[in-house]
Design a protein around this ligand. Sequence first.
Ligand SMILES: Nc1nc2c(ncn2[C@@H]2O[C@H](COP(=O)(O)OP(=O)(O)OP(=O)(O)O)[C@@H](O)[C@H]2O)c(=O)[nH]1
Ligand SMILES: [Mg+2]
Length: 447
Amino acid sequence: MIARLDPSDTIAAIATPVGPALRGIVRLSGPAAWTIPLARFQFARGELPTAKRAARFEGSLSIPGLRVPAPAAIALWPDPRTYTGQQMAEVHTTGSQPILDRILADCLDRGARLAEPGEFTLRAFLAGRIDLTRAEAVLAVIEAADPTQLQTALQQLAGGLATQIEQMRDRWLDCLAHIEAGLDFVEEADVDPIARRELAREVARASADLAELAERLESRERPQTLPRVVLVGPPNAGKSRLFNALVGRDRAIVSPAAGTTRDYLSAVCDCAGLLVELCDTAGIEAPGDAIAGSAQRMRAGQAQAAELLLDCGSADTGFADEIDRRQQRIRVGTKSDCADPGQQAEIATSAATGEGIAALRVAIRAALSAEASESCCVAATGARCRESLSQAARALQSASETLMLGGGDELVAIDLRLALDELGKVVGTVVTDDILDRIFRRFCIGK
Ligand SMILES: Nc1nc2c(ncn2[C@@H]2O[C@H](COP(=O)(O)OP(=O)(O)OP(=O)(O)O)[C@@H](O)[C@H]2O)c(=O)[nH]1
Ligand SMILES: [Mg+2]
């Protein structure tokens, strides 16, 4: 067990990344969070901290082993309205690693304990300041690799998923309390069959919502791979040259002969900050021989697996007709330096002059981000909670059926309790040590 569940001691850590930087921060949380750093601090002015208000003070810090005190600031937060729910302090000084190491060592000498990875956030959770989905969001914000991931993490941090789950739990807790108190559906002759059916429907709807949520998590988990963007269009439309321009290297063979590309090619491509797997395919045509037949099958396969199609056409080739309209696509006009690719084109590009290439990258990112922003939570939360959400959905489904069929209230109560337990795991009302361990082990120290 890495995460420590007893928050009664004072923890300290360097809260800024390792390496030279302008500023460095040592963070403390716990009963002695103020006294430990204050003992070494000289205030620049006569002001003194009060236990009531958060404040920041300029001054200098004596550091054992250094003859001259280092200029520093100290920020103090009184409990309980802090991130961890405890007294917190931060020493802000130059980002020099040896200085930060000495300040930290001195804090540890005088009663603080080195924080485990994620322990500040763990304390926030234990103090009831954040729920588990938010703890994971903190981590995801730190780890976000692109703007879409950051957006999802920030939404979750703001409580998106947690609020939804909490509302559901509230509703079913109420319902369970009623049933358990024997208030609603006692075995009297005048049990209201309409109320019972309405409740059954409500439970069924909640079950469907949860099942959908679980499914969305599942589909999010699969693409650890990059989103696939596939170039399609008639032969000679300039797909391969556009591919090279987007990838930034001459990977694909370009030639004036129609039908040049046979095998598909793929490469990682940076679209205004979003990495995608870009794929070049054979031009769309009626196959004349076996090789062309294989090329067409491959192209169709690639196009089908695409999250986004770049449907290419130039003034001389026009656009292909046989493109699946249900798929998301951008109509890209090519060879705009030769002739205007026409009204149909959403973006005019020229691989020869570079016109429109940057705009195309932005359009690709926008098209894919619109899809990705539907994700309701960060990947770690998804992986942890999917099973709980499915179980909760199944339990509610079963409760709804029992209600419909006039089964006993004690059976309904059993299912509701099961669903509540599973929902509780998602937000962390029901926690087990291994869940905490798995979540907080992934943090870096100082967070
Ligand atoms: N002037 C100009 N010529 C282009 C441009 N893009 C492509 N071409 C020319 O158009 C011809 C066909 O280009 P490719 O990129 O091979 O076309 P493709 O769509 O991959 O063709 P297939 O692989 O046969 O389906 C080549 O001679 C290219 O040099 C462009 O932006 N400007
Ligand atoms: Mg080609």
